[in-house]
Design a protein around this ligand. Structure first.
Ligand code: HEC
Length: 236
């Protein structure tokens, strides 16, 4: 009889103990943070999708009426990595066998992309696309070190114009999206007023984030544009 009571007592105490252990272990569970992938510093010999490839594709292919998610002409959407790989029919390691690249270098004006009157990609842009595919069409990320970014004495012709060349497909005469022209100095100069140009590239609230579609300009380029504006936005 005595031992039976002891047994019951022991069991309930044991259950209690387990309950408390459970309670405390829950409270002390560490909060699991998703891994933050900032990437390692950029290797100049590597072509990175988001940094190098996507801005070219966004500006030349993934706009309204063509290959953005809303228009998806011929079922082709070129707005992010997965869609570019899939609908651009990328053959890893084989640029010339990849549809995306094939149409960009097509000599027939009826087949080349982007179709005229849009400007064909230039040789350095084509090389970036080809090298990226031939390097394995990966989606690696990297961090640009800020100390390699020099923003003093910015010149419109040498520094700012090349940075804004990724914007001109949507901001040129004949296609002045939002009434903004970025292929001439005068156009760029007037986009400065009201903080529009800087607000849009730095994705500041109250402005339309540019370029549309998810690949923000690098911090270094944003600082260059800001420095040029701060110095008076000269035609230098
Ligand atoms: C794919 C086409 C496309 C590209 C590329 C593009 N833009 Fe735009 N941009 C637009 C459209 C469309 C609007 C008008 C948006 C609206 O009013 O909803 C616009 C609006 C703007 C505005 C006015 C923003 C405002 O808030 O008033 C500025 C400035 C601008 N773009 C700058 C740029 C710059 C700088 C780049 C390059 C980094 C760029 N855009 C690239 C399509 C584009």
């Amino acid at each position: 009889m005595k031992s039976e009571i002891y047994q019951i007592n022991f069991r309930s105490k044991y259950t209690f103990l387990l309950f408390f252990i459970g309670l405390f272990s829950c409270q002390h569970d560490p909060i699991v943070q998703p891994p933050v992938d900032t990437g390692s510093s950029c290797d100049p010999s590597v072509i990175y999708f988001e940094k190098d490839v996507l801005p070219i594709i966004t500006a030349n292919c993934a706009y309204s009426g063509c290959h953005n998610a809303a228009s998806k002409k011929d079922g082709i959407i070129l707005d992010n990595y997965n869609n570019v790989i899939k609908t651009g029919k990328i053959k890893t390691g084989n640029a010339s066998g990849s549809k995306l690249y094939e149409v960009m270098i097509d000599k027939d004006p009826k087949d080349v992309m982007p179709p005229p009157p849009a400007t064909a990609l230039n040789s350095s842009q084509l090389k970036i696309i080809a090298d990226w595919i031939n390097q394995g069409a990966k989606n690696e990320k990297c961090t640009e070190t800020t100390n390699s970014c020099s923003v003093t004495n910015m010149s419109y012709v040498n520094n700012i114009k090349p940075i804004l060349s990724s914007c001109t497909s949507c901001h040129k005469s004949g296609n002045t999206s939002g009434g903004v022209l970025l292929d001439t100095y005068q156009g760029v100069k007037s986009s400065i007023s009201g903080g529009k140009l800087l607000g849009s590239i730095s994705w500041a609230s109250g402005f339309k984030p540019m370029p549309p579609g998810g690949s923000k300009m690098s911090d270094c380029n944003i600082s260059k544009v800001k420095s040029w504006i701060d110095a008076g936005g000269l035609d230098n």
